[in-house]
Write a protein that binds this ligand. Structure first.
Ligand code: TTP
Ligand code: MG
Length: 675
């Protein structure tokens, strides 16, 4: 392993995590640990006393509805863990020789699939939103600053020293750091800057994979081969180029596969890089001491479950290998064994080539019980979802309505309309009876969130050639591309299990962000410029919307008049325009200059992404009545009532074995963390 960069303190960083997780002994402690929030592992907190931070969060949120909900979830998880432990004790009394043999066979099989021939890089911009804001206001570089008011989306590294981090309620952050400056969100600016970074990435790997607005995977094997360059030198050059051209810094991890590269990119943040050599012994040593939570795909719930059976690091997994499948399921066993061995995918491809499992939208609002208002809200959500379906070129065979009661309880119902749906009219028509059923079952129902989601997707693309030029195989039902294939069901797809675990962990973080929003809405009395309740809702909803955008990779073959690659590149937003001209941002899709008004800019991107399918949209016919409706999970459609306590953290997978070898590349969802 080699390091370079400005902050080679990875061991300290892990110590933070261990110190914070060490004293999980009582219910009180587990709750305090839970309240530390989704970004405990964020870089830049090496010197932070997390115990103190947890006390502050605990006291600041005590008495709120959020707090009772967290307490409830924590108790639930504790009970679930007790069951896991009881099962473990039971298993310790039986002969597990055949499970052990099977585990060893699986490990041997996995070893055969180890590929050390590729060089995968994960890059991640440092304190991204904050860094972009600092370009416009350089004086903020030297003081603690955060972006987002109700809930912090991020903060600069000064603020992190105080324990502030993304996914923290703004008023809590102000208690940790009273001088913290919180800026409002400007998504248009971040999107434009992200595209500048992507224009450089495409030179190193034209098929790089965006993983969120500020991170990407690249396979630089070919680049290094062609340029006869050492991977570390190539990455160093890439980072310098990004810093020079975009004026923001990125950190990078270099490894044999995407899983290790992602972990490594957090090692020398900010502005650093870390390589784990393509060598089996080095990889095993790297994984052995790695806390499980550092792996993308191990969320907070799963971390605690593993901790309960004595697994703190990926090295601790091996002695438990005979139990894992019986305790957590077959998929979890496979995923964990891959973690232990440091295996992961080496294939990197543009994000838009991954299949989506669902397209959905949701909206948070003030407690609402008026029936007409609820219907208006549902109609609005249906219209938003139509836009998303148009943009992503899907329709859904199943439509799911999600509501969150003012008590935080989440309920979902789903319906299978007679034909796949896409238009706002259809979406509304088929979801309305589900809403009405909830109203009937819960007299005086008061909601604070409503969402619609299409699953069992069917592509609306016209030909076998998709928008990005990739030929797609027709599915068994004759649709050009059916995305509802569950892993292994039809023999065509096989999920490389990490994708599902990453998605589950992402969902867990997303749920936690949503809950923190509720806390900040409840307790919005602190801070110098508290947002009004309206503004908080607006901020939350814009963040959700922004998080769903997927921009295509720049085209490396296009050379516009002012562009080094991909897009015409007028002056960036940081170069003042001539006095008589309005400032503008270039659209990352059509390259035309756009208004710097955040909403206008995003609306334009939406339009650009969806105009390919507008003709298609016009062809839809009118709806016919629904034929089947079924609530999810239980009679009243209660979806693990209180968020992530038990149901989240890892996917609820089938327990059937999946063959090793051919690595599927299906990805369930692609989006931003916490967005
Ligand atoms: P991250 O890369 O997770 O964070 P970061 O770039 O701010 O900091 P780091 O140096 O640790 O990488 O996320 C990228 C941007 O996404 C971040 O600047 C703000 C936004 N974001 C959210 O909106 N919600 C979240 O929960 C997180 C973690 C990030
Ligand atoms: Mg980042």
């Amino acid at each position: 392993m080699t390091t370079s960069g400005q902050n080679p303190s990875s061991e300290d960083h892990e110590a933070v995590l261990e110190a914070a997780s060490a004293p999980i002994v009582s219910e009180h402690d587990t709750l305090k640990y839970h309240l530390l929030g989704p970004s405990l592992t964020k870089a830049g907190q090496d010197t932070v006393d997390q115990q103190k931070v947890s006390e502050i969060i605990y006291n600041a949120s005590k008495g709120s509805k959020y707090f009772s909900n967290e307490e409830y979830k924590d108790k639930n998880l504790t009970q679930k863990i007790e069951k896991i432990l009881a099962r473990k004790r039971q298993l310790e009394r039986v002969d597990l020789a055949s499970d052990l043999r099977r585990a060893d066979e699986y490990i041997a099989e996995l070893e055969l699939s180890r590929d050390l021939s590729q060089t995968v890089v994960h890059i991640d911009c440092d304190a991204f939103y904050a860094a972009v804001e600092e370009l416009d206001r350089p004086e903020l570089k030297h003081v603690p600053m955060a972006v987002g008011k109700g809930v912090l989306t991020t903060c600069n590294y000064h603020a992190r020293k105080f324990g502030c981090r993304s996914g923290m309620a703004g008023f809590v952050a102000m208690k940790l750091c009273p001088d913290l400056i919180c800026l409002p969100l400007n998504f248009g600016k971040y999107t434009a800057k992200a595209q500048e970074v992507r224009e450089i990435l495409v030179e190193y790997d034209p098929r790089f994979e965006s993983a969120s607005i500020d991170e990407a995977y690249l396979n630089i094997t070919q680049y290094c081969g062609e340029k006869n360059m050492d991977p570390e030198d190539a990455v160093s050059q890439l980072r310098n180029e990004v810093a020079e051209k975009t004026k923001i810094t990125i950190s990078a991890g270099i490894a044999a596969n995407a899983k290790i590269a992602k972990i490594a990119s957090n090692r020398n943040k900010p502005n650093g890089q870390f390589r784990v050599a393509n060598d089996r012994a080095t990889i095993l040593a790297f994984m052995r001491d790695l806390p499980t939570r550092k792996v993308n795909g191990v969320g907070r719930v799963f971390e605690r479950e593993l901790d309960a059976i004595g697994v703190k690091t990926c090295g601790d997994l091996y002695p438990q290998r005979a139990y894992l499948s019986k305790l957590f399921g077959e998929k979890a066993f496979q995923f964990l064994m891959q973690c232990h061995l440091g295996l992961g995918r080496t294939k990197v491809q543009p994000a838009e080539e991954y299949e989506r499992k669902s397209v959905g939208t949701e909206s948070t609002f003030h407690d609402m019980s008026d029936k007409t208002e609820l219907r208006e809200k549902l109609r609005w959500i249906a219209e938003e979802l139509e836009k998303d379906l148009t943009r992503t070129q899907f329709k859904g065979r199943t439509l799911v309505l999600k509501v969150k009661l003012y008590t935080y309880e989440v309920l979902t119902r789903q319906v299978i309309p007679p034909k796949a749906v896409r238009t706002a009219d259809d979406l509304y028509t088929y979801s309305l009876p589900m809403l009405a059923k909830h109203e009937k079952e819960i007299p005086g129902m008061k909601l604070r969130l409503m969402g619609l989601r299409c699953t069992h997707l069917v592509s609306t693309k016209k030909t076998g050639i998709d928008f990005f030029g990739m030929r797609q195989l027709p599915s068994a039902d004759g649709e050009p591309n059916s995305a509802d294939t569950d892993a292994g069901n039809d023999g065509k797809w096989e999920v490389w299990p990490e994708a599902e675990f990453e998605e589950a962990a992402r969902q867990e973080r997303q749920d936690e962000m949503n809950e923190l929003e509720q806390l900040s809405q409840e307790t919005n009395t602190n801070g110098p410029n508290p947002l009004t309740a309206e503004e908080q809702l607006e901020e939350a909803n814009r963040r959700h919307k922004h998080g769903r955008a997927i921009l295509p990779n720049p085209d490396p073959t296009y050379r516009g008049p002012n562009s080094s690659v991909g897009f015409q590149k007028p002056a960036t937003n940081h170069v003042p325009p001539p006095a008589n001209e309005e400032p503008f941002w270039p659209c990352p899709i059509c390259a035309r200059p756009q208004s710097t008004n955040d909403k206008d800019f995003n609306d334009h991107i939406d339009f650009c992404l969806s105009k390919q399918t507008i003709k298609e949209a016009a062809k839809e016919t009118s709806p016919s009545p629904p034929v089947l409706e079924k609530p999810l999970l239980d009679g009243r459609g209660k979806e693990n009532g209180h968020g992530s306590s038990g149901g989240r953290g890892r996917p609820k997978g089938k327990r059937k074995s999946e063959a090793v070898g051919e690595r599927g590349n299906k990805r369930l969802f692609f989006g931003l963390q916490g967005a």
